[in-house]
Structure formats: structure tokens, C-alpha cells
Design a protein around this ligand. Structure first.
Ligand code: DIG
Ligand code: MN
Ligand code: MN
Length: 389
């Protein structure tokens, strides 16, 4: 039966309000699309088959909204969720747009800005929980420098840690049951940003007071900007039990943050990522933190959203095909063959095991001469992706 590649709720595809709501402004050009209201975006996402919608506080409630305006906006948004069945799995704070955060939020040199950032984040967490969010993302868009003369990186690290500890305690004190997901990025909009990659974030999390409630929200584009293999970072996060959320998109290496449609640039790396997420049984949101080309109109924005989900589902089908392909699996078995001759050396250390291993003899030339069928295996992978197997 030919799969339909139609998104279903169980696929857990989500989009931020800011993604399909992107109006096409860039550093060198004015908007090319009219703004959409949060209610219109919810209905657009329902129309294309998404499962959920995420938001920064100010995507939904303008930063200067009165309490009455906030109440009215939230009521209408809740109604749109009820009308469409969409849910809000994740929320986050905008700590990067307002000029107050021009030198960072949690890491700002100004203690008043740091305090205001905590206040804004607590209020945003309240809003996210009110709308059902269970994952809370922190992307430190302005946590960085253009010159290291401006800030001692140790002070920045400590300020980040104090803020996260305070907010973890706030969420615990409120009984919110939230999990925090920290999102790394190496640069842009700051010249260099702290906690630049998945690896930095995993190390940082272990220095917190409540590391158990904090994980990562890796983004494809951000690791690619750092020239890194995204799958390897995701696998390390998964291995550490810290893959709490994921931002899917695509990105040419060595460029600004392009936030392209998922699979739009690096199909093979997107394939291995989808295969990994499906093989390990990742049950979190598949969040597309991406936007349509500036050249697109509203219809193009829908094409963008549908394309993200459709490509994910096609690659999921290709992954199942790869896992079931007998020639591929026989090569995988060959690569991982084990004649049992080193069984005595496996597992935990023991002095006798070390002595036996030191006394063992190896045919180093034979080890080096062994053929590895990776060309064949990669060609078969490419042929699965090209649809000729
Ligand atoms: C940018 O990649 C960041 C912001 O869009 C948001 O704070 C976060 C959540 O996906 N990603
Ligand atoms: Mn990005
Ligand atoms: Mn992101």
C-alpha cells in the first residue's frame, strides 16, 4: 500500500507562531508578506495538518499589552486551539528582540536587565503553562559578545547558571512539572554566543542545581553553522537522556542561519537524522523552526509547512526501507561481524583481563588490509533515497 505521507497527530509535528508567521523581513529587505494573527496561524497549521503550535511570549501577547488585552488575546487563542484541536507542547521567551536585551538578558552586564529578564521569563512561563506547554525552551539569542573586552566569559557562565537555577526553582515552586530545553547556537545575532553547541550545553547542564529537569533543544541549522554533524550531537544528547525537544530545518554549511524547510539542502543528513529519531523511538515534538523563502506568498508558506512534514514522512518511509533492505542489512552485519576471538577482553576492567590483553598477539597487517564495504553501503543508501531500490 503506497503510504500517503499525510501528517497525523501521532507524528507530533509542530510549528512556532513565528515560523509560518514569518513576514519575510531580512537584514536587507522589508517584509514581503502581511502579518497573520495568532488565531489565523492556528487555523493555517490545522489546515496543513500540524499537531501543535509553539510560541514566544511576545509572538502571542505584545510586550506592552495591558492585562485586559492579554486576557482577550489568550481567550481567542484558546478558542482557536479548541476549534482546531491543536495543542501547545512548547513555549519560550523572547529575550532577544527588545533593545533592553541588546547586550544579553541573563548574561547582561546590567543587573537591572538581568532582573527584568527573570521577571519576563517567569511571566512567560506562566503563560506557556496556562496554554498547556510541558517543554520550555531557552534560546539565548543575545547571550554573547562582539568583543570579549565587554564581558568575562566566566561571569557570563555564572550569570547564566544563576538564572537557570532561579527559574528551575520557580517552576518547581509553582508545581509546573516543566522540562527545560536549552537551545545552542554559535553566533547570530551576536558575534559569538555562549554555550554555542550541543556539547557546550550538555556540559553546562551538569553544572546546574537541577540538571534532571534540564535538557537540550538542538537545531539542525545551528550545528551546521558551527560546521558540525547534527546527528552526532543529537545522538550524544539522546545518550545523555537530554533530547527533550528538537528544532528541525535545514542549512548550508558556513552560512548565516537560513532556517530552510526541513530536508531542503542536506537530504542524506536529514535521512540519517529521521532514521535515528525513529529507530530510538524519540517521542517528543518534531518542531520545524524554519520559515518560507522571502519570495513566497501565503500559498507558498503553506507549501513550506506541508513540505517540512511531507519530507519527514518520506524519509521515515525510506528509513524503514533501509532497515528492511536485505543487501543493506547483510552489509551492516558484515561490518559489525565478530568472530568472538576478543570476547575475553570485553567489559569491565580486571587485572587478569589486562594481563591477558597485553600478552595477546594481533596481526596488524591483516587488521589494516581488511576491506570495509562502506562505498557499497553508502551507494545503496543513496539509491534508497533516489527511489531506485
Ligand atoms: C531560534 O532558532 C530559536 C527561537 O526561534 C526560539 O527561541 C527557539 C525555539 O525553537 N529557536
Ligand atoms: Mn535557527
Ligand atoms: Mn530554533
Amino acid at each position: 500500500m503506497t503510504p500517503s505521507f499525510q501528517p497525523q497527530p501521532e507524528h507530533r509535528f509542530t510549528f512556532g507562531l513565528w515560523t509560518v508567521g514569518n513576514i519575510g523581513r531580512d537584514p536587507f529587505g522589508e517584509p514581503t508578506r502581511k502579518p497573520l494573527s495568532s488565531v489565523e496561524i492556528v487555523h493555517l497549521l490545522a489546515d496543513v495538518g500540524a499537531y501543535g503550535v509553539n510560541f514566544h511570549d511576545n509572538d502571542l501577547v505584545p510586550i506592552d499589552a495591558t492585562p485586559a488585552e492579554r486576557a482577550s488575546i489568550v481567550t481567542k487563542f484558546k478558542q482557536a486551539l479548541a476549534d482546531t484541536g491543536l495543542v501547545v507542547p512548547m513555549a519560550t521567551t523572547n529575550l532577544f528582540t527588545d533593545p533592553a536585551f541588546k547586550d544579553g538578558a541573563f548574561t547582561s552586564n546590567d543587573p537591572k536587565v538581568r532582573a527584568y529578564a527573570l521577571q519576563k521569563t517567569m511571566q512567560a512561563i506562566d503563560l506557556g503553562v496556562e496554554l498547556g506547554a510541558q517543554i520550555y525552551v531557552f534560546w539565548g539569542g543575545r547571550e554573547g559578545v562582539e568583543t570579549d573586552a565587554a564581558k568575562n566569559p566566566l561571569a557570563a557562565m555564572q550569570r547564566n547558571r544563576e538564572a537557570m537555577n532561579f527559574l528551575c526553582d520557580y517552576a518547581l515552586d509553582q508545581g509546573y512539572g516543566l522540562k527545560f530545553a536549552l537551545e545552542p547556537k554559535p553566533n547570530e545575532p551576536r558575534g559569538d554566543m555562549y554555550n554555542a553547541t550541543i556539547g557546550h550545553m550538555l556540559a553546562f547542564i551538569e553544572t546546574l542545581d537541577h540538571p534532571e529537569m534540564v535538557g537540550v533543544n538542538p537545531e539542525v541549522a545551528h550545528e551546521h553553522m558551527a560546521g558540525l554533524n547534527f546527528l552526532h550531537g543529537v545522538a550524544q544528547a539522546w545518550d545523555a537522556g537530554k533530547l527533550f525537544h528538537i528544532d528541525l530545518n535545514d542549512q548550508a554549511f558556513g552560512r548565516y542561519d537560513q532556517d530552510f524547510r526541513f530536508g531542503a539542502v542536506n537530504l542524506k543528513s536529514a535521512f540519517f537524522l529521521v532514521k535515528f529519531l525513529e529507530d530510538v523511538g524519540y517521542s517528543g515534538s518534531r518542531h520545524f523552526d524554519a520559515h518560507a523563502y522571502r519570495s513566497e506568498d501565503l500559498a507558498g508558506v503553506k507549501d513550506f509547512a506541508r513540505g517540512c512534514m511531507r519530507t519527514y514522512l518520506i524519509l521515515k518511509e525510506k528509513a524503514a526501507q533501509w532497515n528492511a533492505d536485505s543487501e543493506i542489512q547483510s552489509l551492516v552485519a558484515e561490518i559489525n561481524g565478530d568472530d568472538g576471538s576478543t570476547d575475553a577482553f570485553k567489559g569491565a576492567y580486571s587485572p587478569s583481563k589486562a594481563a591477558a590483553l597485553k600478552a595477546a598477539s594481533f596481526d596488524r597487517q591483516a587488521l589494516g588490509a581488511r576491506g570495509l564495504p562502506y562505498e557499497r553501503l553508502d551507494q545503496l543508501t543513496v539509491e534508497v533515497l533516489l527511489g531506485v531500490r
